[in-house]
Design a protein around this ligand. Sequence first.
Ligand code: ZN
Length: 395
Amino acid sequence: MSNSLLLRNVRPLEGNCVDVLVTDGVVSRVGPALEAPDVPVVEGHNGILLPGLVDAHTHLDKTHWGQPWHRHSAGPTIQERIADERRVRQRLGYSPAVQSASQVRQSIAMGTTHIRTHVDIDTEIGLANLEGVLATRERFQDALTMQIVAFPQSGLLVRPGTQELMTEAIRLGADLVGGIDPSSMDRDPVRHLDSIFAIADQQGTGVDIHLHEPGMLGAFALELIAERTAALGMRGRVTVSHAFCLGMVDDAYLDHLTGLLVDNRIAIMTHGPGHIEFPPVRCLHEAGVTLCCGSDGIRDSWGPYGNADMLERAMLLGFRSGFRCDEDLELVLDIITRGGAEVMETEDYGITPGCRADLTVVAGETRVEAIMSRTPRIAVIKGGRLVAANGNCLI
Ligand SMILES: [Zn+2]
């Protein structure tokens, strides 16, 4: 398939209507009435041109997307949900390869060109989920950029053998080392964090840690994470996902934690959770913290929500943040595009000449209207190839 095309009649970030010429997968020219007789033409219908959307936190291996409805009945704690997931997984027996592919096709249809997915690694499932997601990454390699986080969902130290599996996961192709709630999961935050940072240091990867721990417990974990990031020279390579504690501490302590995040270039992922305090997006952005956003679990045993539409996720993050002004909602759009791309260390990201042609076209008078209306994506282009049109994945 050709990776050159002429995208007609689009408005870059709601600006004036132009054409975009893509040559060999790269945006080569942007301007009015471009001529390129030898390449396919994609009509943009005066839609808003955005860089490809970035889902910087999801769980492709666990989704039930495309399967019969699952009736949710798990208890309220994380431990109860992990145990419930184990039972559901055994009962339903879904294939991680089939399920991850199902969500990836939905994500592409919704304009997402980059995904960071966490994949469960534990001593019961071993590397089976990883192998399924690796197969999906290879299958869709021309249509989506995927980073994989080896994720010790059930704990690291409490399940001996998990650390070895995590190292093996990186060797097989996972890109980052994950972690989870170092005090409440493993009940030994120093050893948990030392262990995952050691794997990352040895393997030369970044780290992305699920941190749900509340208040001062979570804040303590953040301090330990910052210490290790500095000690190992990993500035710019560490993400903390959720970090609910940032929405719970007092202003003085928030200032202290924000300083640690900025100094160590630690990024924060928030998806606008529905039931709990969460990081203050505007405040962190103004302090210079890199922010990204993701779907988290989509229709899995953890919950019935989600449809892989990052514009909907942007709306939810804006809604939960109490944003009403366009300027604030434009910030959320920046988080689901540029912020996510920065966290995923994506080079040449954007919509100007020289950028890789990962593009999404969506109807709307303005960017904020596009978030609120969330009409089917007119066109999604990945590396110069049309991969979705009119809301349908073409891959
Ligand atoms: Zn998650």
